[in-house]
Design a protein around this ligand. Structure first.
Ligand code: DGP
Ligand code: NA
Ligand code: NA
Length: 213
C-alpha cells in the first residue's frame, strides 16, 4: 500500500479502448458531470504530449521521427512515470483523476507489434493502479467508420484488430466493459453510473495500490 491513512482520497479512473472508440468525448462529458456534482476532478491523458518526452512521442506518432519499437515503448512508459508523483499528490489531496489511456494502452499497442507481453508490462510495474478501468468496447471495423482516422501511425484497421485482441489479455477485476457501439448518450449514462459507484468506494478509504495487482 502507498498510503496507510484512511482519509478520503480521489479516485483514479482510466479509460481505455481502440482509437475512435469515443474515449476523449466520454472523458470530457464525465468530467463536466462530476464537476457539476461538486467533486474535485481533473482530466488527464497519456501520452501527455506537453513534456519533452511527450514531444518525442508526438513526433513518432505523426511519422516525423522513426524509433525502434522497444525505444518508443519505454518512452510511453517514461511519460507515465514522469507524472506519477503528481498523480499520487493529487489523489491523496482528494482530487479524482479521469485519465484518457494508461499502461493498458502501453502493453496492448506494443504487443500488437509483436513485442513480448511480460517485457512490455515490466516498466509499468510500480505505477499507481487504477481504481477503475472503463473499457469502451467497439469493433475495429465500427471504429474505422467513425469519421475516419486522423492519420497517425497506429490508426489502421489491421493494426487496431491486433490491439483489440491484446487488450482482452489485460482485462482484470478493475475493468468494466461498456458497449461503445451504442449511441453516445447511452454510453455516457452507463459510464456515469459505473464511475459514481467507484468514487464513493474511494471516499470510504480504499488504499492506493500499484500495478500490476
Ligand atoms: P491518443 O492521443 O489517445 O490518440 O493516443 C495516440 C496513439 O498512441 C494511439 O494510437 C494510442 C497510442 N498509444 C497510447 N499510449 C500508448 C503506449 O503507451 N504505447 C504505445 N505503443 N502506444 C500508445
Ligand atoms: Na488517436
Ligand atoms: Na483519444
Amino acid at each position: 500500500p502507498l498510503s496507510a491513512n484512511n482519509e478520503s482520497r480521489g479516485a483514479l479512473v482510466v479509460f481505455e479502448g481502440l482509437d475512435r472508440s469515443g474515449k476523449t468525448s466520454q472523458c470530457g462529458r464525465l468530467v463536466s458531470y462530476l464537476e457539476g456534482l461538486g467533486h474535485s476532478v481533473e482530466l488527464w491523458r497519456f501520452p501527455d504530449r506537453t513534456t519533452s518526452v511527450g514531444q518525442m512521442i508526438s513526433a513518432y506518432l505523426t511519422n516525423k521521427s522513426q524509433l525502434d519499437d522497444h525505444t518508443i515503448h519505454l518512452l510511453f512508459s517514461a511519460n507515465r512515470w514522469e507524472k506519477r508523483s503528481m498523480m499520487e499528490t493529487k489523489l491523496k489531496a482528494g482530487t479524482t483523476l479521469i485519465v484518457d489511456r494508461y499502461s493498458y494502452s502501453g502493453v496492448a499497442f506494443s504487443t500488437a507489434k509483436g513485442l513480448d507481453f511480460e517485457w512490455c508490462k515490466a516498466p509499468e510495474i510500480g505505477l499507481i493502479a487504477p481504481d477503475l478501468v472503463v473499457y469502451l468496447d467497439i469493433t475495429p471495423e465500427k471504429a474505422a467508420e467513425r469519421g475516419g482516422y486522423g492519420g497517425e501511425r497506429y490508426e489502421q484497421l489491421e493494426f487496431q484488430r491486433k490491439v483489440a485482441q491484446h487488450y482482452k489479455l489485460l482485462k482484470d477485476s478493475s475493468w468494466k466493459i461498456v458497449d461503445a457501439c451504442q449511441p453516445l448518450d447511452d454510453v455516457e449514462k452507463q459510464v456515469k453510473e459505473i464511475v459514481s459507484q467507484h468514487i464513493i468506494a474511494c471516499q470510504k478509504g480504499k488504499i492506493l495500490s500499484s500495478l500490476w495487482s
